[in-house]
Ligand binder design. Structure first.
Ligand code: BTN
Length: 255
């Protein structure tokens, strides 16, 4: 806590050795207490037994990783809320770069990559009704000190860890403090309506923009070039037939 140089994010911290999911704890807390009072709270676990990833997938969360949820009461217009994840992705990529000098990149939508392997991911969940957002949960998973050999395939082939990349165990507290600080700066920009600077930073750290991609959504699969991202976090694709499509959710394959 001493290392934390933030004003809001992480000022309240709940730490668990083991839990099903930090997101689940956050939801429970938000149901019991006015989310306004919980704004910025970080819920962190050493291990999760029921970690949840994007598209409802299971998220393997063994000891050694950094598994956290940031509880937010956003003062951001509805149509820009997904930029919270963009701010988070930028924060993680920057934190890894600053701590270890490793060129971490963002793969659309919200994956953090080193080379061609995933090292972290983010997940935004909104509790909203009509046009009121009660709270937002930004879930963050970073494979810090997890040992890849203990993972089952295909995970061990598509993931990497900071420990594997750096060559030794990393200081998870220092990294977490850095991530929270980098995030707080960008979250402030969002609240101040400085969307362009987040989008610009996201693009400069993106390994997807200007690349050839294959997109798989629930109802179709198509190829094209990723040309841009918008304030809703949608990827803009120029398809091979010249038509332009916006993709809100799906998987992105890059070769
Ligand atoms: C993804 O699919 O890439 C997003 C993964 C997000 C995982 C984090 S770990 C902390 C928080 N608790 C969960 O159950 N999931 C998120």
């Amino acid at each position: 806590n001493k290392k934390l140089r933030t004003r809001v994010i992480g000022r309240q911290i709940r730490h668990f050795d083991n839990t099903a999911s930090t997101g689940w704890i956050a939801k429970k807390l938000a149901a019991e207490t006015d989310p306004e009072k919980l704004h910025g709270m970080v819920i962190i676990a050493e291990e999760q037994t029921g970690g949840v990833g994007r598209l409802g997938r299971a998220w393997v969360s063994p000891a050694g990783g950094i598994w956290l949820t940031i509880l937010l009461k956003p003062k951001i217009p509805l149509d820009h809320l997904f930029m919270i994840t963009m701010a988070g992705s930028v924060a993680i990529a920057r934190a890894i770069r600053k701590e270890y000098g490793i060129a971490a990149l963002i793969k659309w939508p919200n994956d953090i990559f080193i080379g061609d392997k995933k090292v972290g991911g983010l997940l935004l969940e909104l509790a909203a009704e009509a046009d009121t957002v009660h709270y937002a949960l930004l879930g963050i998973g970073i494979d810090a000190n997890i040992s890849l050999t203990e993972l089952s395939s295909p995970l061990k082939d598509i993931l990497t860890s900071l420990k594997a990349e750096v060559g030794h165990e990393v200081d998870r507290v220092a990294l977490l403090a850095r991530v929270l600080r980098e995030f707080e700066l960008r979250y402030q920009q969002l609240e101040d309506g400085e969307y362009d600077s987040i989008i610009r930073e996201w693009k400069s750290l993106s390994m997807t923009i200007d690349q050839r991609v294959v997109i798989k959504t629930i109802n179709k699969t198509f190829a094209g070039e990723a040309i841009d991202i918008d304030a809703r976090g949608a990827l803009i694709i120029r398809k091979d037939n010249g038509k332009v499509e916006r993709v809100i959710a799906g998987d992105c394959f890059q070769f």
